[in-house]
Design a protein around this ligand. Structure first.
Ligand SMILES: *[C@@H]1O[C@H](CO)[C@@H](O)[C@H](O)[C@H]1NC(C)=O
Ligand SMILES: *[C@@H]1O[C@H](CO)[C@@H](O)[C@H](O)[C@H]1NC(C)=O
Ligand SMILES: *[C@@H]1O[C@H](CO)[C@@H](O)[C@H](O)[C@H]1NC(C)=O
Ligand SMILES: *[C@@H]1O[C@H](CO)[C@@H](O)[C@H](O)[C@H]1NC(C)=O
Ligand SMILES: *[C@@H]1O[C@H](CO)[C@@H](O)[C@H](O)[C@H]1NC(C)=O
Length: 485
């Protein structure tokens, strides 16, 4: 009797150890294969597991970018009254990232039937006619520093909140509504387009690139204090939207904001405007006299200023043009945008065409005319729109290896190139891409387009925000079923 029991326990002990060993080997193999393929260790593998199990997800604690989820394109389940605080409402194409985001998102929400009240600073130029009755502007005079006058906008907001129905949701682009007032609003979301912690990387790069003639700035020393200040005041905002995976991670770990209050929604751009169109590209090349003998057309776009990396790009191109006649004969660089570096690029000779700022439709043709888009930016803030536009147009992209870019946009060499911000590395990257040839670039461009369609369309972004706003205004919208909404 006792012997039998001993045998059973020995047997089950052995059995158990086999199971443990087999399980450990399996998990080791799984881990190795997963970590090998995972570029940024937010594993799509985990996303797939979560979605496959067909378990409902609580959206508020969903750890990945909401752009990975599929929301129905049906009309919204409920129409919301939304307040938006934004320092400046954009005028046409001259808009930075934050303003572009504000316009694209809120115009689309208004067109979907939501009621938008926009609290912003007054401008002298008139606001475009957006052919919707759902956008209501409340202007106020900016403070001497150019910010929203908090006392005035708060009064305007309160008046609107007690007219008709109260606001379902309050959205502020960055500190449009400051924490001193935002702290009283529970149904609020703030979208961060740059946080001080990310900027430290830019400060370090700028300091490394500083020539001995330039004075050292205090930016680097002061930035850490800024981070501490932000860590202290950010928690006053109820919900946070990070525009990149990296920023989301920082908000949770460094800024210590509880996970269920941090949501990642990557920027999106209009996929109807930015899409492949070979004839537009051809026509653009003809109009600007770009000969067919140029087998590599490199494109740059945006503000041509120092912190967008133009001194670096200028120096790299200057050296390449001087040392390599093959490159000179076979390549062309198109520069869209304006700023102090425009004139310097012009001086580099006939291989560089400076086009000035382009309207949106013209910019779409520009992307179609190039073989690769290069963004040498040193600004580690927000998620750059130009890269997303180029990807949706089906072009490969090359950019500085900043965390938001390698973590959310150019996550692998299948869709482009990244480089460390110094002239040596940038030159090498440019030679690498020109040696690869058109076929390689076209292939990467196709992968870029697929990724763009999957994540970076404005439709994706708008659907994610709409759902977040619904969810903040009423918990019943916070449950997501993998089969679709
Ligand atoms: C707007 O116009 C007024 C006078 O019409 C002028 O005083 C003010 O400086 C202008 N503001 C801007 C931002 O151009
Ligand atoms: C704006 O556009 C709508 C329709 O497109 C039109 O009915 C309305 O008159 C326009 N408003 C102004 C001020 O031009
Ligand atoms: C807006 O109005 C509602 C209803 O009166 C009120 O509950 C809410 O606190 C108001 N919001 C703010 C931020 O004052
Ligand atoms: C010059 O550029 C071409 C590509 O345009 C590249 O294949 C070649 O290796 C370069 N030559 C040198 C000396 O760097
Ligand atoms: C770029 O970095 C490499 C490696 O650190 C260094 O050898 C090189 O001098 C740097 N180039 C420039 C132009 O600063």
């Amino acid at each position: 009797m006792s012997m039998a029991r001993d045998r059973i326990s020995i047997f089950s002990f052995q059995y158990l150890s086999y199971v443990v060993i087999i399980l450990s080997i399996c998990s080791l193999i799984l881990f190795l294969s997963w970590s090998h393929y995972c570029n940024y260790c937010y594993s799509p593998y985990q996303i797939i597991i979560a979605q496959k199990q067909n378990q409902p997800i609580n959206l508020l604690s969903y750890p990945f970018a909401w752009n990975h989820l599929i929301f129905s394109s049906d009309p919204p389940k409920r129409f919301l009254k939304i307040a938006l605080f934004v320092k400046k409402w954009p005028q046409k194409s001259h808009a930075g990232g934050l303003e572009r985001h504000a316009l694209t998102l809120h115009l689309a929400l208004a067109r979907r039937g939501h009621d938008l009240h926009i609290f912003t600073t007054s401008t002298n130029s008139s606001i475009s006619n957006y052919s919707t009755d759902n956008l209501h502007f409340h202007f106020s005079k900016p403070t001497p520093g150019g910010y929203l006058d908090q006392a005035v906008v708060w009064e305007q907001f309160q008046a609107q909140n007690s007219t008709g129905k109260p606001f379902d949701i309050v959205h502020t682009e960055s500190v449009g509504l400051r924490y001193t007032r935002a702290r009283y609003v529970t149904n609020l979301a703030v979208t961060w387009h740059g946080i001080a912690y990310e900027t430290i990387h830019s400060d370090i790069i700028q300091e490394l690139l500083r020539t001995p003639q330039e004075p050292q700035t205090k930016a680097l020393a002061e930035r850490a204090i800024k981070v501490v200040e932000e860590v202290k005041f950010f928690p006053n905002y109820a919900h946070h939207v990070a525009t990149s995976d990296h920023a989301g991670d920082i908000l949770k770990r460094v800024y210590m904001i509880p996970e269920e209050r941090v949501h990642i929604i990557l920027n999106g751009v209009d996929q109807e405007v930015f899409r492949p169109d070979i004839s537009k590209g051809k026509e653009f090349k003809q109009r600007h006299g770009i000969p067919d003998s140029k087998s590599l057309v490199i494109g740059l776009a945006g503000r041509l200023v120092k912190d967008k990396g133009h001194p670096l790009m200028f120096e790299a191109l200057k050296q390449i043009m001087a040392e390599n006649s093959t490159f000179q004969d076979s390549s062309m660089v198109l520069v869209a945008g304006d700023g102090p570096w425009g004139a310097r690029y012009r001086d580099l000779g006939p291989n560089i065409l400076v086009l000035g700022p382009l309207e949106q439709a013209e910019l779409a043709s520009f992307y179609n005319a190039i073989d690769i888009f290069v963004n040498p930016t040193l600004r580690a803030q927000g998620l750059d729109h130009t890269l997303l536009e180029a990807m949706l147009t089906g072009k490969p992209v090359m950019a500085t290896g900043l965390a938001s870019i390698v973590g959310s946009v150019i996550v692998g060499s299948e869709m482009g190139y990244t480089f460390s911000p110094n002239v040596t590395y940038l030159k090498k990257a440019i030679y690498d891409l020109s040696d690869g040839g058109k076929e390689v670039l076209d292939k990467k461009g196709q992968v870029a387009r697929q990724r763009g369609l999957q994540l970076f369309t404005s439709t994706k972004m708008v659907a994610a925000y709409e759902r977040l706003f619904l969810c903040i205004s009423s918990a019943k919208y916070c449950e997501y079923r993998p089969s679709g909404s």
